[in-house]
Design a protein around this ligand. Structure first.
Ligand SMILES: Nc1ncnc2c1ncn2[C@@H]1O[C@H](COP(=O)(O)OP(=O)(O)OP(=O)(O)O)[C@@H](O)[C@H]1O
Ligand SMILES: [Mg+2]
Length: 250
């Protein structure tokens, strides 16, 4: 199977500061890749390179066989790489349906609204049940579901999430992961940047572990999960972000 996305020996940084040193990995269509690693290891920089926000200084980003390195972010988005919005990013004082209609009308025009709504409610029946409820009164997990449903209208081939579960209570994270699984089941490949290693491993087909701007380990989740567990604490002292004070919620 040919890869959906491939990074080939990517070097990148911020001005004189170098952050990535020869990063290579591939994502297969419809598969889930967990991108793990300690704080500052380069995960977000990889995401920025993939989405075209940063141009690699050398190496290539290849999407569906096309070299897209250095293309503008909006052009890459148009090819089918979408970012999950951070936070809830819904209009709290509008209903679930109004939130969806706003996005769908803007992106698809008036005629596109009805089929897109049907699709969203088929994919996420819970949103259908709550279509007349104010988005602000949804649970945290349902709000994330709504914000993801709004992104999916662009029919992405690859959805990239960077710390989607940051700051969320464990039960909400479970729900976010169920939402991601639903999206994967609809054929969308996922690149998940995650500090919750075990959560990410429940969904991942493949794992890429970064350390100091390099790929320290990569492979099928089934083969590297033990290594990931041992490598991550060693690489970062603690496999948890600063915000892990929220573990107190457990
Ligand atoms: N805008 C920037 N300007 C300069 N250096 C940056 C910038 N963003 C990130 N860096 C540096 O690049 C390196 C990689 O950072 P990056 O944000 O990719 O790490 P990360 O793996 O996402 O970390 P975290 O888990 O903390 O989110 C770090 O040393 C960081 O300080
Ligand atoms: Mg980051």
């Amino acid at each position: 199977m040919s890869a959906l996305l491939e990074l080939r020996d990517v070097h990148a940084g911020y001005g004189p500061f170098r952050s990535l040193f020869g990063v290579s990995f591939a994502i297969q269509p419809g598969s889930v890749t967990a991108l793990l690693g300690s704080n500052g290891s380069g995960k977000t920089t990889v995401v920025r390179v993939v989405s075209g926000l940063i141009k690699p200084t050398s190496g290539a980003v290849v999407f569906q066989g096309q070299d897209v390195s250095g293309r503008r972010a909006y052009r890459i988005a148009r090819l089918g790489i979408t970012h999950a919005p951070e936070g809830r990013s819904v209009f709290a004082s509008l209903t679930v349906e109004e939130n969806l209609v706003l996005t769908f009308r803007e992106q698809l025009g008036r005629k596109g609204v009805r089929p897109a709504l049907d699709q969203a409610f088929t994919m996420f029946p819970r949103l259908g049940e709550r279509r007349r409820q104010l988005a602000g009164s949804l649970s945290g997990g349902e709000q994330r579901m709504l914000s993801l449903a709004r992104v999916l209208v662009a029919s992405p081939k690859l959805l990239v999430t960077d710390e989607l579960s940051l700051g969320l209570a464990p039960v909400v994270i479970d729900e976010v992961y169920r939402t991601l699984a639903t999206i994967r089941d609809h054929g969308v490949a996922l690149l998940i940047v995650e500090q919750h290693v075990r959560r990410a491993m429940t969904l991942a087909d493949d794992v890429v572990v970064m350390a100091q701007g390099r790929v320290a380990l990569s492979g099928p989740a089934s083969e590297v999960s033990d290594l990931t567990e041992t490598l991550l604490p060693a690489a970062q002292g603690e496999a948890v972000p600063d915000g892990e004070g929220r573990s107190a919620q457990r």
